[in-house]
Design a protein around this ligand. Structure first.
Ligand SMILES: [Fe+2]
Length: 254
């Protein structure tokens, strides 16, 4: 039995929602406890909800007992430090799996393309239940940084570049869409990432936040993009040769 998928993601694999209008206090994400977890570049993660309430970032299927990326357990010490972030993750009312803040150091477009990956969102997710997708709630104001989405990681023509000002809110089928962030700042970027189960509750939240399924890509210099594309694919090909397979295709656990 197949999973329930939200029709709004059919066309482009992403939805851009209204920007968050509430107050965002950096003390919430800066005081969280982070763990080193390399994903998509130079990153650390601060889990707010994990498989069983521990401060760790393993895929839920590695937990004991293993579970799908749903029914995340809120971590009291982290929720105490970031109550607004936890509340925002819970506000849609959808089933939440992992909920975590990512810290990403500045990188290049080539780094971003090298790091592009598919998420393993639906391992152990029973058929007939909702397809797990990701929600991104941008915390720091990085209007010149870009979420790079591709239907085909090797085809730049399938790319959409979404700006990341403070408050930006996205829903992405990140098991279908290759994704990573090109962060151009001088300071780390912080973003709350939630795993949500697809269903009518989440659809109502997307509708209430005026989700749109296609936005114009942020511009990029064509010569720069072409040069970085070559660099990225040389590095990706070398990695694939090293492992004997492409580790970025539905193997990412972060
Ligand atoms: Fe991802």
């Amino acid at each position: 039995m197949s999973h329930y998928r939200m029709p709004i993601l059919d066309e482009t694999g992403y939805v851009v929602l209204d920007s968050y209008g509430g107050v965002m206090d950096p003390a919430e994400w800066l005081t969280l406890e982070y763990v080193d977890w390399k994903s998509s570049g130079d990153t650390r993660f601060a889990p707010i909800a994990s498989a069983h309430g521990e401060i760790e970032c393993n895929g839920f299927w590695h937990a004991n007992p293993p579970k799908a990326d749903k029914d995340g357990v809120w971590i009291p010490s982290q929720v105490a430090k970031a109550p607004t972030l936890a509340a925002r993750a819970q506000a849609p009312g959808a089933n939440v799996g992992r909920s975590r803040v990512i810290e990403l150091q500045p990188n290049t477009y080539a780094d971003c393309l090298y790091n592009s990956h598919l998420d393993d969102n639906n391992r152990l997710n029973p058929g007939g239940e909702g397809w797990v997708i990701r929600n991104f709630m941008q915390l720091t104001d990085n209007p010149d940084s870009i979420m790079v989405l591709r239907e085909d990681v090797r085809d730049p023509s399938t790319e959409t570049r979404l700006r990341l000002p403070a408050g930006a809110q996205l829903v992405v089928d990140s098991e279908r869409m290759w994704h990573s962030v090109w962060h151009t700042g001088s300071q780390p970027r912080y973003c709350l990432i939630n795993s949500f189960e697809s269903g009518p509750v989440l659809e109502a939240w997307i509708e209430a936040n005026h989700g749109i399924t296609r936005v114009e890509s942020a511009p990029i210099d064509a010569d720069y993009a072409a040069a970085e594309e070559l660099v990225a694919h040389e590095r990706r090909d070398a990695r694939t040769a090293f492992y004997g397979h492409d580790p970025s295709a539905v193997y990412s656990e972060a």
